[in-house]
Ligand binder design. Sequence first.
Ligand code: FES
Length: 507
Amino acid sequence: MRSVKDGCSPQGQCGCCTVLVEGAPRVACVTPLRRVEGRDVLTVDGLDRQVRDRLVGAFVAHGASQCGFCTPGIVCRLAALGAADAEKVQTALLAHLCRCTGWRTILDAALTAAAPTFAPHPAGAHDGFDEAAAARRATIEGGAAQQVGPGVVLGRGGFADDTAPPGCLVAVPDGAGGWAVGETLAEARNAAGKVQGRRSGRPLAYPLEVPEGDWDLTLQTTWVEPAYLEVDASWCEPGGMPASPAANGGDFGAKRTSPAPAAARALADRHGRAVRVVLSREDAVRLGAKRPPAAAGIRLDGTGVLRLAAAAEPGVLAAAARSAAPGLHVEEVPVVGPPVSPHVRAAGWAEAAVLLAAARSAGAGGGAAGTATAAVASPEGATAQAKVDLDGRGWPRLVWLEVDAGEPLSEVTLRSYLVGAAHMALGWVLSEGIAVGDDGVPEDLTIRSFGVLRARDTPPVEVRIHPTRNEPKRASDAAFAAVAAAAWIALGLPARWPVRRADTLGR
Ligand code: FES
């Protein structure tokens, strides 16, 4: 059954493999077979047709599934939950993680599916929903070819590990820079020796010093795990083209440097057989590229210095940063740590855009206590204005976003990506980061230790999209930077991110 996804097994933390055992949701990866012997096990494929159609229709209507890797497990859990209020849905979603959607569209879909007045379209979408236009918008925003529609909600996004032909050899990282190969995944993993995932409890490190200077604002960030749910996988026939590890998006550029496709091709050629390459969550944390740590000082006039951890491709990060803030002197500094990528969502560019937006805001007197606005324009001409309001505990209560993305193509899909960008931005400022040892090796290997904001911790995001007929442009990166800047200003411009990590990991 390909709808049951593996995002972290055997950590039991991401919820992607949720199935129903005698009607109760269970995480398959930590459920021993002996416990289900003689009992009914339902995947999303076997749900009551009417229940499934309502959930699938509501997910498509709200853009609640983007890459779709997390979605079948969430649909199973919501099917078991039945009609519920927002509080109950948010509690149910605590068992899941989603990198793409920012939760709010999933909440909307769950409530819509439960509403007696909702009548799903027979094809799973709703009247007037243009899947091709929605897919075009998703491709622009996600940075990889993407499908939109009922099949994606049901886990049929064409993920590499689902499309591998039967009979492939299986290869996994061997922990020494090579690959262990076997006839089955179990055989390959036994040969490699599995690294057990754990959260280290180690404090986050800030490897770059703030440059010397007379600054009005300073900022230090740490390594941020891209935290895509579909762990890197690929397969290849001898002499063929390896399958993309980002088949339906969901990585926001982070898998561009994935080792899986090149390994699949080289191993297939060497063995003269199709080879499937599969990384575990722990492998992906240790080998995958992170968002680069940064350190900066900036003056209110927009001049200053931004240091970014150097990536393997020199100059790309610095050029991106300079395009956002030409007044910044940008340095790429080698640091001991995991690989970083200039292709992780708006890397370099967003850091510079946030610094400049915050300096402008501070120069104009800043926002009132607990509320702030910021505006960012992308090099392609998309614009985003964000406002973030904090509650009495200093936690984001509400986010507003106003965006010009050119022709929206699909307001539903565009809104979904904007909400997802707001969620990722809040996580970047508030909670996301991974501990890295003095030897440069990541130590937080569990998916829950990355600090991704949970459904319950994510505020509502009110989106206004400008109706224009101009060329469609990617707007979610501008929204990402604008929300990060507004949140940072509202929080009082603390000098290090993440600002409130303990709030999200301790609860
Ligand atoms: Fe949830 Fe991509 S849609 S992880």
